[in-house]
Design a protein around this ligand. Sequence first.
Ligand code: 13P
Ligand code: SF4
Length: 345
Amino acid sequence: DEDERTERIEAALAELGDDVVILGHNYQRREIVEHADFVGDSYQLSKEAANADADYVIFGGVTFMAESADIITDDDQSVILPSMEASCPMAGMAEALQVDAAWAEITAATDDDIIPITYMNSYADLKAFCAEQGGLVCTSSNAHKAFEYAFEQGDKVLFLPDKHLGENTAHRLDMAEEIVEWDPWDPEGKDPEEAAENDIILWDGYCQVHERFRASHIEDLREERPDANVVVHPECRREVVEAADVVGSTSTICQTVADAEPGDTWAIGTEIHLAKHLDRWHPDVEVLPLCGDACMDCNAMRQIDPNYLTWVLEELVEGRERNVIEVAPEEKELAQVALDRMLEI
Ligand code: 13P
Ligand code: SF4
């Protein structure tokens, strides 16, 4: 049962002491978040990984986050992901080989300098590709800064893989007129000439959790609860972001509720576990999930089961390292360049 499991986790942590640090993304289950030394958004977790002294960084999150932590930490530190099944589908929507092919087509159609930006939600080989082409990584909290950096370095941006974050960022920078989409799966959906005529080329990837939010969810809520405020993640469709009161990364969502007045009502347009945490963390604020709590569950994040956390910790106590995430050395160095560019901006 949960009490017994908690005792086992605490006993293992007491045994391991400073050798271990646990990082937890805001979308992790309560049973993971409660054991984490630090809980935050993707950007904050990458900073915490960079500053960590522990031999073992246990990552409560998904594969691309653990990969980034492995890239950022020292070579003698190990990053452990309690489940190897925790893969974000969006990260799989832009494979480096596929991007390489698109890059060849787009660059052949223009003399302009194109800077690729990849969202953190991507694998290390794509981050390495971006670094090689003068580009960088961003997260939802600094995408606008990454765009500004890219337009200082070049003439156009290829943004991967999340078209909604790309579109929402273009709007934030008053550049919505410059957008063209590139759908690598549809022969009709990619036109190098059209790409050459626009300054922002958006790869056709998306998050299947955030795509399920619709403007009608906000309209219905406003009808039922005119007093409610709405905060959403920028992976949501443009129409949803336009209908919301606040848009931002998971840490902005946390801050928005933390800053609310007692008695205020906030509906949360993001993964359901964060809405549940905010409800627990701020009992004086009324926290509502934007769309009931049935559908907005990230299956990748959910793979980090507290039983697996117990297992990797108890194995470490026995001297066995399980589920170590190791990025290939040839990708590591370049991917680090792309991540360092983000940390610098
Ligand atoms: P944040 O960087 O805002 O934490 O988002 C990560 C993510 O995967 C959202 O779906
Ligand atoms: Fe990936 Fe979406 Fe899950 Fe975030 S919520 S980890 S983008 S599938």
